[in-house]
Design a protein around this ligand. Sequence first.
Ligand code: TPP
Length: 272
Amino acid sequence: MISSEECAALKDKARQIRIDILGMLNRAGSGHTGGSLSAADILTALYCSKMKHNPSNPRWEDRDRFVLSKGHGAPVLYATLAQCGYFDREELKSLRKLGGMLQGHPDMNSTPGVEVSTGSLGQGLSIANGMALGLKLDRKTARVYVLLGDGEVQEGQIWEAAMSAAHYKIDNLCALLDHNGLQIDGPVREIMNIEPIADKWRAFGWHVLEADGHSIESLLDALDTAEKIKGKPSIIICATVKGKGVSFFENRLKYHGISPSDDELERALKEL
Ligand SMILES: Cc1ncc(C[n+]2csc(CCOP(=O)(O)OP(=O)(O)O)c2C)c(N)n1
């Protein structure tokens, strides 16, 4: 359990991460707003509390790994890495600039702290499986975390990877599902219903946990529980709101893939 002071400090970091996401997207003039904001508390709980990692030595062998399988959420990863000190926050201004360090989707060869290049949905869980198995072979105690989108889990490869992770008892793996209910073209339920999603993961042999994806306490509770589960992988189904934190972006399909205008940025910053 963390103290109320620690929790307040983490909430403040999440707020700063949201501010940075909006600023960088506005400057870039394009990018994914809704799905970045929905994952801000999840990444804060992971990077600012749960994970063992070392920003001054990003390739530290014993670090926990994070895979942003929903790679279009790159702004939340970049803002979080900057918050942790992997690079200067000034760099955030270079989002989506040709030749810059922060491409529209994560590039492990350009950005310190990015473990895997992602963006083609459906692949991150398979990669996380391999990383987690590799850590076991090396007798490391480090863990692997992977963030999936709820539209993303419509991809068939996710379920091949889910089956493999249970088969190989990959218990140093924890997936988190950003369950915000919207994808690019509409509500997930209407495009291709994934429910009952918890039952599906359970049937595939996973330990399933549920959390409020905007409560640091709830997320850390679930992450602590997941760490104690042996013999099977865990998934935390995080109830989230797309665009969380800015009233006029919340649950608005339109803001999946567009960035805030100058006027929207000004109004959003006032709210945050
Ligand atoms: C293989 C693949 N197909 C299509 C896309 C285009 N695409 C980008 S984001 C997105 C919707 C993803 O929805 P979801 O996983 O729910 O993400 P979130 O709502 O959390 O942003 C799609 C289809 C892609 N990146 N990769």
